[in-house]
Write a protein of this length. Structure first.
Length: 354
């Protein structure tokens, strides 16, 4: 009996001691684990021409968004300057990377994967108030835009004797634009060679506004912006003088760009991915989604979707992280068609897989 009393006394003493203990203070309680920081944003820059595709893809991706994706449009050249200095993950381009840009990337340890995403036609546009220009030849465009026209070709009559001496007011992309590079190469015959006395902007909506408000205006930019502003601007058919491409003036349409008859102003557009950024899961997931979505959104925003086979090759290139350019720093050949691009991609992917 005595043992039971001792046990009871001990138990009572223990309970009394526990009752006297104070709960740990807030300062003594362990702090909750901090949530992991969000992944760094995915920075996308480059071509204003590619911009509508970027925005349309991002709109579709919003439901799957797991990180911040920020879009900017510094122009193809301006975008490559950032991209090759490791300031962005992705760069949209309306022409292939140049040898000088590729060299800058190499110097900064930026390997890149080149992915074709759509085909575009550079549109020649005038305001709806222009009732005299029904079509234009490449020869006339060259005469108007070549460097020697600076300060001398000032009226429509100076550009083509059949027109009145109406003041000619020119608008186009700036020198950092891939569209500027492509247009000068295709029309003037040498990349970057252009008259300088024109209103330049890489904000194509701003260019559209300015052209629409100037009766004597003539300008150029990607087809998507011309289609977007078709109620205020008129797209002018172009005659390249080569019957094999199609006789007479041809307007840029999905059909004429796809079949190669709109020449010499049809070209592919690209997305470049930094290989070190593609190692991030969120970047890889976004690019994979991009390649599936680009064919869907391209026609909605005014571009020509590429054949499924080209996207399959692009997906293979990205999955295997095949770096470098199909064009090896060279310019797109004037007159390149979708069929030509398919052949170039096929040769490049299979050659690099051996």
């Amino acid at each position: 009996m005595r043992g039971a009393i001792v046990f009871t006394n001990l138990l009572g003493s223990s309970l009394l001691l526990l009752g006297c203990e104070q709960p740990p203070s807030v300062e003594e309680q362990p702090a909750p684990a901090a949530p992991p920081p969000p992944p760094p944003p995915i920075l996308v820059d480059g071509s204003a021409t590619v911009g509508p595709i970027n925005r349309a893809v991002l709109d579709l991706y919003a439901s799957e968004l797991v990180t911040d994706i920020r879009l900017d449009t510094s122009g193809t050249g301006g975008g490559f300057k950032k991209f090759c200095r490791k300031q962005t993950a992705l760069n949209g381009a309306s022409r292939p990377i140049t040898a000088a840009e590729a060299k800058l990337c190499e110097a900064n340890g930026v390997a890149f994967v080149e992915l074709p995403i759509a085909f575009d036609g550079v549109a020649i546009v005038v305001p709806r108030s222009n009732d005299w220009l029904q079509s234009v030849s490449v020869d006339t465009l060259e005469r108007v835009w070549q460097p020697s026209a600076d300060g001398t070709v000032k009226t429509w009559k100076d550009g083509d004797a059949k027109f009145a001496a109406e003041p000619l007011v020119l608008f186009g992309p700036g020198i950092d634009s891939g569209t500027f590079d492509f247009f000068t190469q295709s029309v003037v015959g040498q990349e970057g060679q252009s008259r300088s006395d024109y209103t330049a902007s890489d904000d194509y909506d701003d260019l559209a506004n300015r052209i629409a408000g100037e009766k004597g205006a003539l300008g150029y930019f990607g087809l998507a912006y011309a289609v977007k502003n078709r109620e205020r601007l008129r797209i002018v058919p172009v005659d390249d003088g080569v019957a094999e491409n199609g006789k007479g003036p041809i307007a840029p349409t999905r059909e004429s760009i796809a079949d190669g008859s709109y020449q010499p102003l049809s070209r592919p557009v690209f997305l470049y991915v930094a290989a070190h950024e593609a190692a991030r899961k969120e970047v890889a997931d976004f690019v994979s989604f991009y390649l599936r979505a680009a064919r869907l959104v391209a026609p909605d925003v005014g571009y020509v979707p590429l054949p499924k086979r080209i996207f399959e090759l692009a997906q293979l290139r990205f999955a295997q992280k095949k770096t470098g350019s199909v064009f090896a720093g060279e310019r797109i050949p004037v007159g390149l068609t979708i069929a030509d691009l398919l052949e170039a991609e096929t040769v490049s992917v299979h050659a690099s897989s051996k």
